[in-house]
Ligand binder design. Structure first.
Ligand code: G3I
Length: 338
């Protein structure tokens, strides 16, 4: 109980600071009944939510990148800088330079910070990939302890475990699964809880954009964790989409997780395509989050198409010249309509 209320306090403080910061940097409240914020972050804050972006520290020196970030977003997540390969290049020797830069930037600009990601089958350092059995287990928990305790009190929610399930709902046969068996996910959550009791602890995955075999398996895991007292506070829905993605059960899926008593977050939103088709998908996702009380915010996986991991699909809200796209307008309208 103490832990939960402390988690809520951190989020509330961050949201209030972020909202105040954005108000000072250009959010506008129109007189009369209707109000229309002028930026994504300000409008999300008016709805009690954050609007975030995945950030790479090496781009912060680019004026248009920083200007867009500062104007539009009130939460950030490291696109790569807090992953295992970046933060623990040699066992027990931590490198927090990129992550620290982002946390300091967020503090300076009144933004929240999501943590991504403590344990994942990809982007593991070479030394960890070669470990087996108990040595790998100790490396995993040692990594969580080292990183989550370093950032203790500064992270709104951690993606503790990323992408541990296959499309059919079975466990991904990663080195973690093969070496450690089914218990590794809960062991990771327990280690994260011990290291940072203030952060909300999320399971994060892609391909969970509706009620399907993969989201069913994650749902069952949350139910099981709750029944056995394994700490879990939130589920992240990456939401890497295309203009023709089927979103017929997207909101229903978010809602069924929320109904379990965990928060839901849209953690890596991007939509391949252009024009009104792309904008429509962004609008649907935004509206779904706003319609689910426990959907606490949306993070897009980058600011500009120029630096997107799927750049040739132009999946973000700002084009390569930082111009607002139709998709941007759709998201802002959806936020302001709520
Ligand atoms: O840092 C090195 C650099 O030193 C080197 O010169 C360069 C040469 O290619 O590579 C750089 O590392 C790249 C890194 O991004 C930083 O740019 C890696 O090769 C590249 O693999 C890595 O890709 C990242 C990918 O995760 C790795 O799986 C993407 O930027 C990042 O957007 C992506 O993010 C993931 C989420 O974490 C989880 N969900 C899916 C999402 C998209 O794949």
């Amino acid at each position: 109980m103490i832990k939960l209320s402390s988690k809520r306090r951190i989020i509330a403080t961050v949201a209030a600071t972020a909202a105040a910061g954005l108000a000072a940097t250009g959010a506008m409240l129109f007189a009369g009944n209707a109000s229309a914020a002028e930026t994504l972050g300000a409008s999300a804050a008016e709805n009690g939510r954050y609007f975030g972006a995945a950030i790479a520290p090496n781009f912060l020196g680019e004026q248009a990148y920083a200007d867009t970030l500062n104007a539009e977003f009130n939460s950030i997540v490291a696109e790569n800088a807090m992953k295992w390969d970046a933060t623990e290049p040699a066992q027990g020797q931590f490198n927090f330079s990129g992550g620290d830069e982002l946390v300091a930037y967020a503090e300076e600009h009144g933004m929240a910070v999501r943590g991504h990601t403590l344990v994942w089958h990809a982007q593991q350092p070479a030394w960890a990939q070669g470990l087996t059995g108990q040595a790998l287990h100790d490396a995993m928990t040692g990594h969580i302890e080292g990183v989550a305790s370093h950032y203790q009190g500064k992270i709104s929610s951690w993606d503790v475990v990323n992408e541990a399930f296959e499309w059919d709902g079975s466990r991904r046969q990663s080195n973690l699964q093969i070496q450690l068996g089914d218990g590794w996910i809960e062991d990771a959550f327990r280690a994260a809880e011990a290291a940072d009791p203030d952060a909300k602890l999320c399971y994060n995955d892609y391909g969970t954009d509706g009620v399907n075999a993969k989201s069913d398996a994650i749902y069952d895991m949350v139910v099981d964790f709750q029944a056995r007292g394994v700490p879990i506070d939130c589920v992240g829905f990456q939401t890497h989409l295309s203009s023709d993605s089927d979103l017929s059960s997207y909101q229903e899926n978010l809602q069924r997780f929320a109904d379990l008593g965990v928060d839901v977050e849209i953690t890596e939103l991007d939509v391949g395509g252009s024009g009104s088709a792309q904008a429509g998908v962004f609008r649907t996702v935004t509206e779904a989050c706003l319609n689910v009380d426990r959907c606490t915010g949306i993070t897009v996986w980058g600011i500009t198409d120029k630096y997107s991991w799927r750049g040739e699909e132009t999946p973000l809200l700002f084009d390569g010249n930082y111009q607002k796209k139709e998709a941007y307008t759709a998201v802002l309208e959806a936020l302001n309509a709520a």
